[in-house]
Design a protein around this ligand. Structure first.
Ligand code: CS2
Length: 472
């Protein structure tokens, strides 16, 4: 931290703290429970709920994931936080009041109490793609160590589950016992068909614990699929200082986001929902074209930039995009993706143009390292479907393959790789030549790893963005 920034921060601490006394605002009743309290939930679903026409009826109780910190900080502000909308031309500030309770995720009893309350109508999930513990077959990986541990805890009744989905299953069991009836689980993680993925994970855990609970879940819980979009980098000390300076209060938990926001939802809400459409959310019957557009064009380009960009020495999305070799790779990947996007009125040229402007917003420091995490899971949604569709159409899929090659090079070059399969990735990287490529690809998609032509193409593409070159 620079001396200037430190001085600004100290000044901020002398200011009054943001809370509901400083900013009088009534707390809406809790009707939504959220798992995965982080910056994205606050810039997106909490903001949409705050902007809904019936916001006064819908409060959110938000639970953190692994650490209690975000809950402790927000609780001191009565759940209030500042959304900093960061456009190219400047910042605007808005206090968001929809979060009425912020809770440490380890407090599973409180989660069960709230989920089993009859007033609770919606559960929102932003728990990261990797948390669904999907195997390469798209089903819950029951052999994942934390899933095994949670199943043992649930079966013995000797302790609280530790994974977000284990906790949700525990809380849904409490709702069944309370006779509180149906509700909607709204998955807001970047996965294709995310409602079905959430269903498979929840039903997988519930079924292994108590088949009658799985049957109750199938009959009572609606799993809503969504496509979510709003670029939300991590909050920095400078953001805290900027809020203090512009707003005249101390907020330890502001969240910075781009002006753009998009939310497409598909599914039933048997116990009701906020009027999110008032804030721009769109409800559709067939979500697939929208989610593929978002996952392939936005998230796919993000992952490509994350790996290629870091190999080329860049730190942020905007920086990587200014590098012609990265931009060219993104354009080529978009061409491949576009040929496989059908249905709905997707307006791809305008969407691509808007993405270039969004990624190029230099006032948003969106770190490539943040996007690079959990690559083995993300590539399954962002690169594999395009590669498979291209090959099925008799084309090479080389641009999608390049994303995978860049990930492989990145995993070999990076000091640490944050990924649920980090150990397996490290083991694969100890191999050499095509054996290494095959082993790494097998962690993303075993069928592709069995295709010698794909393995050969990826081996040739490794080294495109610089070190480390791989000799097949
Ligand atoms: C990003 C996303 O971190 C990542 O993997 O691609 O979080 C992305 O910023 C959001 O999906 C934008 O809506």
């Amino acid at each position: 931290m620079t001396a200037g920034l430190q001085a600004e921060q100290e000044a901020a601490v002398d200011l009054p703290r943001l809370n509901r006394t400083l900013r009088p605002s009534a707390k809406p009743p809790t009707r939504i429970v959220h798992l995965g309290l982080g910056a994205f939930h606050r810039s997106h679903q909490a903001w949409y709920t705050h902007r809904a026409g019936d916001a006064a009826d819908w409060g959110i109780a938000a639970f953190t994931g692994r650490r209690p910190d975000a809950a402790l900080a927000l609780a001191e502000q009565d759940g209030l936080f500042t959304l900093v909308e960061r456009a190219g031309a400047g910042d605007s500030f808005e206090v968001v009041g929809s979060i009425v309770e912020a809770v440490d995720g380890a407090n599973v009893q409180r989660l069960a109490e709230l989920v089993s309350a009859p007033e609770t109508a919606v559960v929102i999930l932003t728990v990261t793609e990797a948390a669904y513990r999907l195997g390469t077959d798209g089903q819950l990986d029951r052999s994942a160590p934390d899933v095994v541990a949670d199943l043992a805890l649930l079966a013995s009744g000797s302790g609280n589950p530790t994974t977000p989905l284990g906790r949700l299953v525990f809380a849904l069991a409490a709702r069944r016992s309370a006779g509180a009836g149906p509700l909607a689980v709204v998955c807001c993680d970047n996965l294709s068909n995310n409602g079905t993925v959430a269903h498979n994970a929840v039903a997988g855990i519930a079924g292994a614990w108590d088949p009658s609970l799985a049957a109750w879940i199938d009959a009572n819980i609606s799993f809503v699929s969504t496509s979510v979009d709003r670029i939300t980098p991590r909050t920095t000390d400078a953001d805290v200082a900027a809020v203090a300076e512009s707003c005249g209060y101390h907020d330890t938990s502001p969240v910075v986001a781009e002006p753009f926001a998009n939310w497409v939802l598909s599914g039933d809400f048997p116990a009701g929902r906020p009027r999110w459409e008032d804030a721009g959310a769109v409800f559709v019957a067939d979500i697939e074209p929208y989610e593929n557009r978002k996952l392939w064009l936005l998230n796919g380009a993000h992952s490509l930039l994350a790996y290629a960009g870091q190999l080329r020495g860049h730190t942020t999305v905007a920086e990587a995009l200014r590098d012609n070799s990265c931009l060219h790779a993104v354009e080529q990947f978009w061409d491949e993706a576009e040929s496989n996007l059908h249905g709905a009125d997707l307006q791809i040229p305008a969407y691509r143009e808007a993405l270039l402007a969004r990624f190029g917003n230099t006032r948003i420091a969106h770190h490539l390292a943040q996007i690079a995490m959990d690559g083995s899971t993300k590539l399954r949604m962002r690169a594999v479907p395009v590669l498979q569709a291209e090959r099925a159409a008799g084309r090479s899929g080389a641009a999608a393959a390049l994303m995978i090659a860049a990930w492989m090079d990145f995993t070999a070059a990076a000091a640490t790789v944050q990924d649920p399969l980090a150990d397996e990735i490290a083991a694969a990287n100890r191999l050499s030549g095509t054996g290494r490529i095959r082993a790494l690809l097998g962690l993303v998609n075993p069928a592709l790893a069995g295709d010698a032509a794909v393995v050969g193409m990826i081996a040739d593409l490794c080294g495109t963005f610089g070190e480390p070159a791989v000799s097949p």
